[in-house]
Design a protein around this ligand. Structure first.
Ligand SMILES: [Zn+2]
Length: 84
């Protein structure tokens, strides 16, 4: 039984802070293989994370707030594209 798009979105954002492992990781990967929307979302998340990491090297001031804002934007875009 594969997780729903909503669950995968949650796993993807969880994966940013703490790498998802084992069975849950496998389920996420399987879902990503089949679902274009989640694949795009996951890619965006990873890109966002990379960008924030680079920014963190330069400044620590308010980076948490910025991080939150960026993730919220990515999530909003995903929901818009996904229709829920
Ligand atoms: Zn999906």
């Amino acid at each position: 039984m594969l997780p729903s798009c909503k669950e995968v979105a949650q796993l993807a954002s969880e994966n940013i802070d703490t790498p998802v492992k084992g069975n849950r990781w496998l389920k996420m990967k399987l879902h990503l293989m089949m679902c274009t929307y989640c694949r795009r979302y996951n890619k965006q998340m990873n890109l966002t994370q990379e960008t924030i990491c680079k920014m963190d090297n330069h400044s620590h001031d308010g980076s948490d707030d910025l991080k939150k804002q960026v993730f919220e934007k990515v999530e909003a875009n995903y929901k818009k594209a996904h229709g829920n």
